[in-house]
Design a protein around this ligand. Structure first.
Ligand code: C2E
Ligand code: MG
Ligand code: MG
Ligand code: MG
Length: 288
């Protein structure tokens, strides 16, 4: 009886595994057609001033509305797109679409678009950014591009060259997920970033851990010394926001201030809504 149960469980497990790897393979295939089938959608998450609560801009976060799986998070499809090169087409599409959408807003908020290391390695990125700005008519000072340290580590000389070209267009550059990479301080020495985005792992611990709080303080001091504003990612509570206020952090972003939302929902309500609704969850694949 027990043995039969185990056998049944194992079969069930194996068929699930099969399903998972099939799903992952077909996910890559489905992604190839996602743009033309209009399944990709930029979501927007608000970034606010810590001192005044004023809206400073919106980060563009890509969503894939898969017909069967529902909303697939970027942590699942961006790595696939980076592996098979689709990130070039997807990255260009996000940039163009977000710039087009931002032009149509009544209020000239900034938008921040994430870039993949692959885009630096394989595309004439500064030319593309320039073309999209001309084509959409978005004012360059409304565009911010976010890179992580992995982009710089991949090819420092090339990356810095491209960043300088992009910055010369009047576009600003933010260093994303700061504090989790391998060479944070060297990165800051190499390029005049316009913003440092402190990784959200520090925020999640700042209330309980004196170490996390000390690091937050140190990064804010560093930002002040280098004259680079710091944005804290992953602010989920009022208490975290209060700490940031006391420590004089410049900007904040996180679920407490606003979840990433589709375009037609971002201007419906002001910032700082504690009972903000979550995105519908769905379609997550089991681990590899
Ligand atoms: P990221 O650029 O660091 O974006 C912030 C991530 O943190 C987003 O996840 C956002 O939804 C999430 N987040 C924001 N506030 C909170 C909070 O208070 N608590 C928690 N737990 N999470 C919060 P998302 O949208 O799943 O994106 C994950 C990553 O995927 C992004 O990290 C970025 O690296 C990448 N990504 C998203 N869109 C694009 C894109 O268009 N192009 C590229 N290359 N990468 C993208
Ligand atoms: Mg980002
Ligand atoms: Mg980040
Ligand atoms: Mg991240």
């Amino acid at each position: 009886r027990a043995k039969a149960d185990v056998t049944r469980a194992v079969c069930f497990y194996e068929s699930k595994m099969d399903e998972a790897s099939r799903a992952r393979r077909s996910l890559a295939q489905d992604l190839r057609r996602a743009i033309e089938l209009d399944q990709l959608e930029p979501y927007y998450q608000v970034q606010t001033s810590v001192l005044t609560g004023d809206i400073r801009g919106y980060e563009v976060l890509l969503r894939w509305n898969h017909p069967e799986l529902g909303s697939v998070p970027p942590s699942e499809f961006i790595p696939i797109a980076e592996e098979n090169g689709l990130i070039l087409a997807i990255g260009e599409w996000v940039l163009r679409t977000a710039c087009q959408q931002a032009v149509s807003w009544h209020t000239p908020y900034k938008i921040a678009v994430n870039l993949s290391p692959v885009q630096f390695a394989h595309a004439d990125l500064s030319k593309l950014v320039h073309e999209i700005l001309l084509e959409t008519g978005l004012s360059p000072n409304r565009l911010e591009l976010e890179i992580t340290e992995s982009t710089i580590i991949a090819d420092k000389t090339r990356t810095l060259h491209i960043l300088r070209q992009i910055r010369a267009l009047g576009v600003t550059i933010a260093l994303d997920d700061f504090g989790t990479g391998y060479s944070s301080l060297d990165t800051l020495r190499s390029f005049p970033f316009d913003k440092i985005k402190l990784d959200r792992s520090f925020m999640s611990e700042v209330e309980q851990s004196p170490q996390a709080k000390a690091i937050v303080r140190a990064v804010l001091t560093l930002g002040k010394s280098l004259d680079i504003p710091v944005l804290a990612e992953g602010v989920e509570t009022d208490d975290q926001l209060s700490i940031l206020r006391i420590e004089q952090c410049d900007e904040a972003q996180g679920f407490f201030l606003g979840r990433p939302k589709p375009l037609n929902q971002i201007f419906r309500q002001g910032p700082a809504i504690a009972n903000d609704v979550a995105e519908p969850s769905s379609g997550r694949l089991p681990p590899a």
